[in-house]
Design a protein. Structure first.
Length: 111
């Protein structure tokens, strides 16, 4: 019987969300404008002190945990995460199923 894994907070959150890497690059002032374009004439020359991330379509608990940990480890930067919803396994699959159904219906109308 397994009693626990030393050094592992939660074995279900071992995957590193992509948003973590993006926020780390932004916080260090190394986010490439060619990969992440923005509107306006302001150049990102200084490291930001506040970062607001809004996930349209929803975020996950894992992404929320990554932002929480970044707030603890990145000094001088405050990160705020917002989204249209917070997904769990069931709600995420339901949204995918809905999108696939909508896509299938749309494709059949175009034939």
């Amino acid at each position: 019987m397994i009693k626990g894994l030393k050094g592992v907070e939660n074995i279900y959150t071992q995957h590193t969300p992509v948003i973590k890497d993006i926020i780390e690059e932004l916080a260090k002032g190394r986010l490439k404008a060619s990969h992440y374009p923005y509107l306006g004439t302001i150049q990102l020359t200084d490291k930001p002190s506040e970062i607001i991330v809004f996930m349209i379509g929803g975020t996950t608990y894992e992404e929320s945990l990554a932002i929480y940990n970044l707030n603890k480890t990145l000094s001088g930067v405050k990160i705020i995460l917002g989204s249209t919803s917070v997904h769990n396994f069931t709600s995420f699959l339901k949204e995918i199923r809905s999108d696939v159904t909508a896509s299938t219906n749309s494709s059949s109308k175009n034939l």
